[in-house]
Design a protein around this ligand. Structure first.
Ligand code: 2HA
Ligand code: ZN
Length: 269
């Protein structure tokens, strides 16, 4: 079967990266059933021939107007699709969409008319904001990392930057590779506008935010960058929990050791 990825090595490599990350989400146990979402702005990889490609769906309303997304292209996971299936067949479990000139609707253009995730409006709202800010971030990822979600069931850990400090102090790399830390969003109904608004606001200060008792939402240069940041935070969470399972609270790096890291790596906080 013909695919939009045929003879387009750069676009194919980007979609294969999405498939690779989808596999990691599944094997990590972070993506049960159809859990999680990935949306990637692929506009830079779109050629004139793709711009001429006809729609393979009717025009669909986004539900909001997003002025910075006019004529942009996204790869989106399909609604109800499984990450473990997307890992093997990305173009059967996701699709490429074009945002129309009204900035409020889209069409699917390839490969199959797979309807995008129900979380599309919130993911696109983040992408719209990133473009508005002049950011070169292209990817958003939502997933359900076990240890981080478990920690979000502890009221004390939900204070501003409480978890950031614990996680950073478990292993020096965490602060180096997730230098903005972990934002916190109090429990809000999945898929609600309140959750989308709170996420958008918190992503001005953090690249990864924790949705209380649900999961994380991350943004990054590409899908691998977004995944890596979740992965290093999750690694620290595992170390914390391992120490707790051995019967002690881990000491953590000292404030001075953390400050030394920030100086050595030129980190913002
Ligand atoms: O799309 O995880 O929270 C599946 C989800 C929504
Ligand atoms: Zn979720």
């Amino acid at each position: 079967m013909k695919s939009i990825l045929d003879n387009r090595p750069a676009l194919k490599a980007e979609v294969m990266k999405i498939a690779e990350v989808a596999g990691y989400l599944w094997t990590n146990g972070w993506a049960e059933r159809n859990g999680g979402n990935i949306t990637v702005n692929i506009t830079d990889l779109i050629d004139d021939e793709i711009r001429q490609m006809p729609a393979i769906s009717e025009v669909k309303p986004i539900g909001i107007t997003l002025p910075c997304l006019k004529g942009k292209y996204f790869y989106c996971k399909g609604t109800g699709k499984r990450m473990r299936d997307l890992a093997r067949w990305p173009m059967d479990n996701g699709s490429v969409i074009r945002i129309l000139d009204d900035c409020a609707s889209y069409v699917i253009i390839a490969d199959n008319p797979v309807n995008p995730t129900s979380e599309l409006p919130s993911h696109l709202t983040v992408h719209n904001h990133l473009i508005e800010k002049g950011s070169n971030y292209k990817a958003t990822v939502h997933t359900h990392p076990i240890e981080l979600v478990a920690m979000s069931h502890n009221r004390e850990m939900l204070g501003k930057d409480v978890l950031t400090k614990i996680l950073w102090s478990m292993i020096p790399e965490t602060k180096a590779f997730c230098p903005l830390g972990l934002g916190i969003i109090p429990y809000t109904l999945p898929g609600s506008n309140e959750l989308a608004d709170a996420t958008l606001k918190e992503l001005d200060d953090y690249d990864v935010v924790l949705w209380e008792k649900h999961g994380v939402f991350a943004q990054g240069l590409d899908v691998m960058d977004a995944f890596d940041q979740i992965d290093v935070l999750s690694k620290s969470a595992k170390i914390y929990i391992s120490a707790k399972c051995m019967g002690f609270t881990p000491e953590g790096m000292s404030d001075e050791q953390m400050a030394e890291m920030s100086r050595a790596f030129n980190l913002p906080k």
